[in-house]
Design a protein around this ligand. Structure first.
Ligand SMILES: Cc1cc2nc3c(=O)[nH]c(=O)nc-3n(C[C@H](O)[C@H](O)[C@H](O)COP(=O)(O)OP(=O)(O)OC[C@H]3O[C@@H](n4cnc5c(N)ncnc54)[C@H](O)[C@@H]3O)c2cc1C
Length: 390
């Protein structure tokens, strides 16, 4: 089998790229390890920057998004039990959009099904070959048979635990990593959101976040130790702990209910450089991970793919390699700014077990500064809504 771009991974990055290429008349084949049912059910991100919403609209998968989305003009920070609203719209001119990643995944899969994009599910043992040669090749097994896919380029869209980053030689790849001493215990429930906008709480018992996926579906998170086992948290225990961390008026308004999903996610900052090795281009979580505090992971993935598709289209239409050659540096410039913001939001809103009394007082002073200064709020707002594409 032969294609122009072999895409490893059928998550948001891989499916967005396949769609952008397909609309430009460029062939691709997507190799995905999981089943379609698993991908449609996977609960993850929920907060989209305007640039991501625009991209979904441009590629013709925005109909359900535009019908069901919730638009937020602000966000709340809570510390010392007091609520402070940051008016994102007034400060940055932009809003953020709530629409679940599982819905985006379904919208993209439906569009690909209609367009007949070759997406091969349940592939195993994907390996990459010929990355610095005249042509690249993907080898994989499916339903017990071995296959080969010849391609001009390979897009590594296979997430943090995928095979593509591992194919870059160790003496070429530089890795930057920070692992946080805590994780997020999250639950999804069929309950109305406690507030129209997100509430980030810094409490002496730990961070808490009230967010949502729709007007009837809420997502809540608690800071827990990185080793915590979600099985030790009954729904009652979760709701009781959340109420302890929220301001009394929010706790009183909280509607609780059975969880549909409950899991612990470790928090990590990670960047792999460069994002190109010969005929291989990394995009999304394959190249970078952010702690979810800044809600940047899916948005960064969408930005990478936008740049990569532009570069591949330019290559096939004009023969110019300039955008492909500039891909890694262009993405990394924006990624590092989002890394900085996600690390900073995490540092501001969480309780670090090893923090000294001095560091705790400095954190409280920073929260007071941010919420009390228009300049401070503007810094938060313009990063939260998403930095411009340069
Ligand atoms: C709890 C949580 C909350 C989050 N909240 C937000 C948020 O609010 N906003 C935000 O922007 N981001 C958020 N994120 C991050 C966001 O979900 C990811 O950044 C996003 O899924 C990245 O998309 P991706 O396609 O690059 O990677 P993935 O979604 O990981 O997709 C990679 C795909 O590759 C497949 N794959 C892996 N290895 C192989 C292989 N060897 N062969 C074939 N296929 C393979 C996988 O099955 C998967 O389908 C959150 C993440 C988590 C875990």
């Amino acid at each position: 089998m032969r294609t122009q771009v072999g895409i490893i991974g059928g998550g948001p990055s891989g499916l967005l790229l396949a769609r952008l290429l397909g609309l430009a008349g460029i062939d691709s084949v997507v190799l995905e390890r999981r089943t379609p049912e698993y991908l449609r059910a996977r609960i993850r991100a929920g907060l989209l920057e305007q640039g991501t919403v625009d991209l979904l609209d441009e590629i013709g998968v925005g109909a359900r998004l535009n019908r069901d989305k919730l638009v937020h003009d602000g966000v709340e920070l809570v510390f010392d039990g007091k609520r402070h609203r940051i008016d994102l719209k007034a400060l940055s001119g932009k809003s953020v959009t709530i629409y679940g990643q599982s819905e985006i995944q379904s919208d993209l899969m439906n569009a690909h099904e209609a367009a007949g994009t070759p997406i091969l599910y349940e592939v195993d043992n994907v390996s990459l070959h010929g990355l610095t040669g005249e042509a690249a090749q993907l080898r994989y097994t499916r339903r017990g048979e071995s296959h080969q896919l010849a391609c001009d380029f390979i897009a590594g869209c296979d997430g943090f635990h995928g095979a593509s980053r591992e194919a870059i030689p160790k003496d070429v790849l530089r890795v930057y990593e920070k692992v946080y001493p805590f994780g997020w215990l999250g639950i999804l429930s069929e309950t109305p959101p406690v507030n129209h906008e997100l509430i980030y709480t810094n409490h002496e018992r730990g961070f808490a976040l009230c967010t949502m996926r729709s007007l009837t579906r809420s997502r809540h998170y608690l800071q827990v130790s990185a080793e915590e086992d979600a099985a030790h948290w009954s729904d009652d225990r979760f709701w009781s702990e959340l109420k302890l961390r929220l301001p009394p008026d929010v706790a009183a308004a909280l509607v609780t209910g059975p969880s549909i999903e409950k899991s612990v996610a470790p928090l990590r900052s990670f960047v792999a450089e460069p994002m190109r090795y010969g005929r291989l281009f990394l995009a999304g979580d394959a190249a970078h991970i952010v702690p979810p505090t800044g809600a940047k992971g899916l948005n960064l993935a969408a930005a990478d793919v936008r740049f990569l598709a532009e570069a591949l289209v330019a290559h096939y239409k004009t023969g110019s390699a300039a955008l492909l050659d500039g891909y890694s540096a262009k993405c990394l410039a924006r990624i590092w700014k989002a890394q900085r913001f996600s690390w900073w939001m995490t540092s501001l809103t969480h309780r670090f077990p090893e923090a000294s009394p001095f560091e705790r007082r400095a954190q409280a002073a920073e929260l007071a500064y941010i919420t009390g200064s228009k300049a401070g709020q503007t810094t938060l707002a313009e990063n939260y809504v998403g930095l411009p594409f340069e």
